[in-house]
Ligand binder design. Sequence first.
Ligand code: SF4
Length: 123
Amino acid sequence: MIKKMTCIECPKGCTLSVDIENCKVAKVDGAKCPKGTAYAVSEAESPVRIFTATVMADGLNLKLVPVRTDKPIPKRDIFKAAEETGRMRIKAPLEAGDTIIENFLGLGVKLVATREATRLTGR
Ligand code: SF4
């Protein structure tokens, strides 16, 4: 099966033609450098994404705190990650970049806040 994809490793955006056989990349055409081939293999065989979401806050100035993983996680775990952040509640103030979970879903990545949240005054 030939799959077309665009390499996102640099602004050139080469169009890659990826021959996939039995879930493995057999051949990559169109890459102008080795990074494109590596990208095609990763994207076709084990795609990863940075996970972003919002987490409900309690007693803070934000109702929803934006979060993200510090590294990409397997695409197959994105739904599980969304379920997990959907159950979470943040109650303590935090700074942008603070780690909320050190080993998120046991994937070896951190879940970090991307925005400061302060305690609501008058509580
Ligand atoms: S294949 Fe190489 S040159 Fe082409 S977009 Fe990817 S990184 Fe850039």
